[in-house]
Design a protein around this ligand. Sequence first.
Ligand SMILES: Cc1cc2nc3c(=O)[nH]c(=O)nc-3n(C[C@H](O)[C@H](O)[C@H](O)COP(=O)(O)OP(=O)(O)OC[C@H]3O[C@@H](n4cnc5c(N)ncnc54)[C@H](O)[C@@H]3O)c2cc1C
Length: 315
Amino acid sequence: MTKSSRRKRFLTGENGFRLPPMVKRREKLIKIKRYWKVETLEEAYELNQKRANRIIGGMVWMKMGEKQFHTAIDLSDVVSSEIVENEEEFIIGAMTTLRDLECHEGIHKYTDGAVKESLRHIVGVQFRNVATVGGSIWGRFGFSDVLTMFLAMDTYVDLYKGGRVSLEAFSKMPYDKDILLNIVVKKNTMSLAYESMRNTKTDFPVLACAASVRPDEVLLSIGARPQKAVIIRANDTVMKIDRSEQEEFARALAVQVKAEISVGSNMRASAEYRRQLAGVLARRAVMKALVADEQKPMVITDTDTLQTKGGEQIC
Ligand SMILES: Cc1cc2nc3c(=O)[nH]c(=O)nc-3n(C[C@H](O)[C@H](O)[C@H](O)COP(=O)(O)OP(=O)(O)OC[C@H]3O[C@@H](n4cnc5c(N)ncnc54)[C@H](O)[C@@H]3O)c2cc1C
C-alpha cells in the first residue's frame, strides 16, 4: 500500500481504520431549528425558560459542541453592545464584543492596561470581534481570563430578573435561566495588573492572575486553576508590610497565595506546577500594580485625569 492510499484510508475511516480524534471532532456540529431575534426582554426571558432554547452571544463557544437546540435567541436588539462611561462607573452591555472592550480608552486607562493584557491572548482579533463580554461572564468558565480580570475590580452584573448582583456572588451562583444585561464596573480607586501563563500562544491559560491594589486592601483574582477564578485578599501579616517596600510586599503575598490557593491538575499542568506558578504570577502582578499605584494621583474619579504612556495607541 502506498503512503497516499494509506493516508486516504486513515482519513476516511475505510476498512476499519479508526478515525483520529481531530477528524471525528470536525464532524460535530451544533444544530439549531429556529433563529429568533427578540423584540423585548420579556419575550427573550419567556423563550429562554424552555429547555430546548438557548440565548446566543457571539456563539463562538456554543458552536463548539454537538448540541441540538430548538430556538437560538438573539438579544442584539434588546441588550446593549456598548460601553457607557460616567463619573462613577463603566456600564458594559452584555452584547459588547471582547474587542470593543479591549480597545476602550477609558477602560484601558482605568485598568492600567490590565484589561487589554487579559484579552489580547484570546485566540485572535477576528475571534474577539465576535465573542461577547456577556457570553464570557455568563459562562463562568474555569479557564476564563475575562472572569479573572473582572473579579479583581469592583464589578456587578445586572440580571433581567435577578437585579444587580456582585460578580463575586454571581460567579458562585448556579446556572439559571435569567438574562445578563450589563456588567458594571465601579470606578473605585485602585491600580490593576494582569498576568497569565500559557503553554502555547492563544491556548487557554495554565493559570491567570489579576492584582488589585486599593487604598485599604490588596487582592488577587486567580483563575484557570483550572477551576474558575477565586479571590485571595492579602492577610494582616502582608498588609503590615510597608507598600513602598514593593519587593518584600509582593514576595510575602506570593507566599500567602501558595499556601492558600486551591489548584488542580488537567492536561495542561499538574496541581503542584500551578501552585508554584500562582506564587510567581501573584508576585509579578502585585509588583506591576504597586508600581502603577505609585505613579498615580491620590483620588481617581475621572479617567481623563489618568495618563497613559504618551499618546499610546490601544488597538
Ligand atoms: C477556541 C476557543 C478558545 C478560547 N480561549 C479563551 C481564552 O484563552 N480565555 C478566555 O477567557 N476565553 C476563551 N474562550 C472563551 C471566549 O472568550 C468567550 O468567552 C466564549 O466564546 C463565550 O462568548 P460568546 O459571546 O461566544 O458566548 P456564546 O457561546 O454565544 O454563549 C456562551 C453561553 O452564555 C450564554 N449567554 C450568552 N449571552 C448571554 C446573556 N446575555 N444572558 C444569559 N446567557 C447568555 C449562552 O446561552 C451560552 O450558554 C475561548 C473560546 C473558544 C471557542
